[in-house]
Design a protein around this ligand. Structure first.
Ligand code: PLP
Length: 354
């Protein structure tokens, strides 16, 4: 039985990507050595880093005004680091879920934060309407709310530069980088194995804050050294390169977007047509990456039974986050349409059975 991995993160990777990464662990670039035992300063790994950065930029059409960094610390460190490097006096934040509110908490350590809107009172079931003030250094938003299954699939219009946490929907749409001074995210969803964080920074926006920056938390340090100031997480960077090569083979972000839209359409349709399930996110805020659903009140007591049934049929990690309950199917780029159709079939079979 094929196991379908719907985990929210770390999450599904393409099979070919996993195979190539495994091969490099045994014999890296025909060196007779393992990828995980060689110097990051040796020629073979420097070539990997260069190619990964170049392909990352190519696939997302990132202009030369911006630099792509591969750092440690996770998106969680970026909540603080982005504020530290860009918040001069005041910044605007949109509160759309747990990750946004964590970003807000860290930014408050650095300067004044204006929360322009929040959907917390509705358990973050939708993206609230918002207006960004003009007297702020930047506007920060979380593009995809992994826990609540809501998403902002456009680059917001406002008078100030944007910063975005794109941990769970990077490489799912084209992005207008001229609007952004920083885009960051953990790589463990749409890019690589856990352990590396991508950070895209606008170079001429750096160096504008007065505070002294610790060397490791200063983006300029990493820009100057091509992400090699200290030892980078070599294995997940190698995995990222394999994923990016696969994305290129698929035809790039535009093609990936079409595949994702079809996957989400079929899964949401199954939920909306169902007698027993309902989606938790409002329709116009729905994420195409994390599909959250619960059982309707009259079937609520069947949730544990469905989870067991689905798991026995190979549907792995569909239990919803405790903040929402029910189920969450994370259908990242590496999940193919057949996986989604298998899940839909399992949902329909369960409905027939009860
Ligand atoms: C949107 C979003 N932001 C931030 C994080 C935290 O990422 P990390 O574990 O890399 O710190 C996650 C993790 O799931 C996430 O989904």
């Amino acid at each position: 039985m094929k196991i379908r991995n719907f985990s929210a993160g770390p999450s599904i990777l393409n099979e070919g990507v996993i195979k190539k990464s495994a091969e490099a662990v045994l014999n890296f670039a025909d060196t007779g050595l393992s990828l995980i035992e060689v110097s990051h300063r040796g020629k073979p790994f420097v070539a990997v880093m260069d190619e990964t950065q170049a392909l990352f930029k190519e696939l997302l059409n990132i202009p030369d005004t911006h630099e792509v960094l591969f750092l440690g610390g996770g998106a969680s460190l970026q909540f603080y680091q982005s504020a530290l490097n860009f918040l001069k006096t005041k910044a605007a934040y949109l509160d759309t879920g747990s990750w946004s509110s964590k970003a807000i908490k860290e930014a408050k350590l650095v300067g004044e934060v204006e929360v322009v809107a929040s959907s917390k009172a509705d358990n973050y079931s939708h993206i609230p309407e918002f207006t960004v003030p003009e007297d702020v250094d930047y506007f920060h938003y979380t593009s995809n709310n992994t826990i609540y299954g809501t998403e902002i699939r456009y680059d917001p219009d406002c008078k100030v530069p944007l910063i975005s946490d794109m941990s769970s929907d990077i490489f799912t749409r084209e992005i207008d980088f001229s609007k952004y001074i920083c885009v960051y995210g953990g790589a463990q969803k749409n890019l690589a194995a856990a352990g590396v964080t991508f950070v895209i920074v606008k170079k001429d926006a750096l160096g504008k804050v007065d505070r002294p920056l610790p060397t490791m938390l200063n983006y300029q340090t990493h820009v100057d050294k091509g992400s090699m100031f200290n030892t980078p997480p070599v294995f997940p960077i190698y995995v990222a390169l394999q994923t990016l090569k696969w994305y290129k083979e698929l035809g790039g972000v535009k093609e990936i977007e079409k595949l994702n839209e079809q996957k989400a359409k079929e899964l949401y349709a199954a939920i909306d047509e169902s007698k027993i399930f309902r989606g938790t996110a409002e329709k116009d805020s729905r994420s195409i990456m994390n599909v959250c659903f619960v059982m309707k009140d009259e079937y609520k007591e069947k949730e544990a039974e469905f989870l067991e049934f689905a798991t026995s049929r190979g549907m792995s990690a569909i239990k919803g986050h405790r903040s929402v309950g029910g189920f969450r199917a994370s259908i990242y780029n590496a999940m193919d349409i057949e996986g989604v159709r298998d899940l839909v079939k399992v949902m329909k079979d369960f409905e027939k059975k009860i």
